[in-house]
Design a protein around this ligand. Structure first.
Ligand SMILES: Nc1ncnc2c1ncn2[C@@H]1O[C@H](COP(=O)(O)OP(=O)(O)OP(=O)(O)O)[C@@H](O)[C@H]1O
Ligand SMILES: Cc1ncc(COP(=O)(O)O)c(N)n1
Length: 262
């Protein structure tokens, strides 16, 4: 069984972060390890508190996993602050992790900041050049590029700008493109070609954890040797089924259900 790693925050409500990632890894039959960057006191209604892990203890967790196990692919989610970003970037280089998926998590679906504003520069400078694949949603792509995104043409333009920052593959998620849209469109750019991935937009308020689940699925599928374009198609289908298979949990935004297909 392939071994993978998530570097992310804990969601006490079980819908996003580490919890979504480990469910996704198990559903896709890879062995999941986890380096926790922060505890969040969170539920389906919002983020009620963030307790960051000291950067040196993030380093210790990374050493524990990476010095012992042969990790085929890793993802990052909530990284909290610039100190943690720097530690993660250093360890990715030290251990020669090649298949790194960066989900540049900034704000929770329910609101609530998950990354210090000052850390955006560190994310761009330290981590993006090490990423095989980056998976921003539209607000994250806007922050990283300084552009507004209103159309698919804007998505393609931002993907090109992010590729120029040193990322091999850029996947811009269009879940937030138009409230009333019939399709959820994502755009992948590899420096030469654009690929368009589309699924019907499900009319249910069940997107808590959808971004985490997508990047975790991509990590699992890359670890299993799929080429990036095929991994994106499979991961998008996985998220679609996870949204479709959501069930009531709490009083707010429904969490996706990565176990829906089991
Ligand atoms: N209503 C929907 N129906 C089908 N697919 C969707 C829907 N909303 C989002 N998606 C898909 O889910 C994935 C995550 O997209 P989204 O743009 O919501 O990312 P995100 O904002 O990072 O997610 P999160 O809600 O976890 O923050 C993408 O592949 C997107 O196309
Ligand atoms: C610990 C953690 N990591 C990531 C997210 C983003 O997920 P979402 O945008 O679906 O709330 C989150 N809410 N909590």
């Amino acid at each position: 069984m392939k071994k993978v790693l998530t570097v992310a925050g804990s969601d006490s409500g079980g819908g996003a972060g580490i919890q979504a990632d480990l469910k996704t890894f198990a559903a896709l039959r890879v062995y999941g390890t986890s380096v926790i960057t922060a505890l969040t006191a969170q539920n389906t209604l919002g983020v009620h508190g963030v307790h960051p892990v000291p950067a040196e203890f993030v380093a210790r967790q990374l050493d524990a996993v990476l010095s012992d196990m042969d990790i085929e692919a890793a993802k990052t989610g909530m990284l909290v602050n610039a100190d943690i970003i720097e530690v993660v970037a250093r360890k990715v280089k030290d251990y020669g992790l090649k298949q790194l998926v960066v989900d540049p998590v900034m704000v929770a679906t329910t609101g609530g900041s998950l990354l210090a504003e000052k850390a955006e520069a560190a994310l761009k400078k330290e981590l993006l050049p090490l990423a095989l694949l980056i998976t921003p949603n539209l607000p994250e792509a806007e922050v990283l590029t300084g552009r507004k995104i209103k159309t698919e043409k804007d998505m393609r333009e931002c993907a090109r700008i992010l590729h120029d920052m040193g990322v091999s593959f850029v996947l811009i998620k269009g879940g937030h493109l138009e409230e009333e849209a019939e399709e959820a469109v994502d755009i992948l750019y590899d420096g030469a070609n654009y690929y368009r991935f589309t699924k019907p937009k499900l009319k249910i308020n069940a997107t808590h954890g959808s971004g985490c689940t997508l990047s975790a699925a991509l990590t699992a599928l890359l670890a299993q040797g799929l080429p990036v374009e095929e991994a994106v198609a499979r991961a998008k289908e996985f998220v679609f089924q996870s949204i479709k298979g959501a069930f009531p949990v709490g009083k707010g935004v429904l969490p996706v259900n990565p176990l829906a297909m089991l």
